[in-house]
Design a protein around this ligand. Sequence first.
Ligand SMILES: Nc1ncnc2c1ncn2[C@@H]1O[C@H](COP(=O)(O)OP(=O)(O)O)[C@@H](O)[C@H]1O
Ligand SMILES: [Mg+2]
Length: 373
Amino acid sequence: MTVSFATFERLKSKGVASYKKGDYLAAKTYLVEAAECMVELAESAKTPEARRQHEEIASELIDLAKDCDQLKKSGKRPRVRVHEKADENGGADVSDWIVRDKPDIGFDDIAGLDDVKEEIRLKMIYPFTHPELARRYGINVGGGILLYGPPGTGKTMMAKAIAKEIDAPFFVISPAQVMSKWVGEAEQNIRKLFEAAKAEPQAVIFIDEIEALVPRRKSDSSTVMARVVPQILQELEGFDRKGNRALLLVGATNKPWMLDEAILRPGRFDARVHIELPDAPARFKLLEIHLGDRPVADDVDFGALCDRLEGYSGADIRNIVQQAAAIPFMEGVAGREPRQISMKDLTSVLEATRPSVRTADLARYEKFEETGK
Ligand SMILES: Nc1ncnc2c1ncn2[C@@H]1O[C@H](COP(=O)(O)OP(=O)(O)O)[C@@H](O)[C@H]1O
Ligand SMILES: [Mg+2]
């Protein structure tokens, strides 16, 4: 059997409509069917990236289907707020994408990335803490920042930290969300989202994996994307810089060269920050952060580890620490006397772990930094 996006859209919207009505039995059936459909689409996806996105959508739908069982049993209303405020067209309410809770990650929990932190302070914090100075020097608030660089360097983490640092509504958009929750209603929802953001005195919109949402149009195959790309560009065009409103758009990508060129034009992402692998001080901080409250033996030499961790990303370092901590933990589980994490635990894991980012890939980012493509 070959399935189409249209079949998927139909099943998904039936599932979501039943879910909103509280008909969880029907919702579950449709959602599971939609998920199966998506799994098939994933199998025939043209790129690994597309496949991963499809799979993510399928798993979100399965989660929603599981919710149905719970909700049916408990007789409670869905925990997702959007379903109470869905509009007459069945479109999702934008409140669903606003992160109003403050996450507990702040700038201090992120090693390095000082230029990103400073760029965000310049655009969204200092103009408010120093309004006189900002007026005097004609500093505009808001704008666009593109974060690009190898995976595992803290770009997504940055989103959470910005939400904590800036006391403003925070809208997070991920391509998987756009594809699954917005399929069929994508343009309408993007318009609503930008409208809601513009109505706030201050707001931040974070688009993660933006290359999946605004890909170069020639490489684009899905009809949803073909409609969404021009629309996002148009919304960016309408960005009001001079007004009193402060709207900050932050995009993150591991593959900046895959972005639609139009989005890189002046006035859209005027600040582009290359997020590189952590330097020595950042690696030191990463070790401190991730070894954190864990019991560490005196023989652990942070300086020596730092040297040996050159070329490893923040995510690599976190993984190495986690695996090292698992060694004494497993010994403890086996009944041995609990002990601290030793230098040997860390170095043995390090020796067995390659950096996840290859040197050849780094050159690609350098090229983008120089040429913008
Ligand atoms: N600069 C950093 N400071 C602290 N932790 C980091 C940093 N970079 C990566 N990490 C760790 O790696 C994980 C994955 O990073 P992530 O933000 O998803 O990377 P990216 O979005 O750039 O691929 C984070 O949740 C964090 O635990
Ligand atoms: Mg990321």
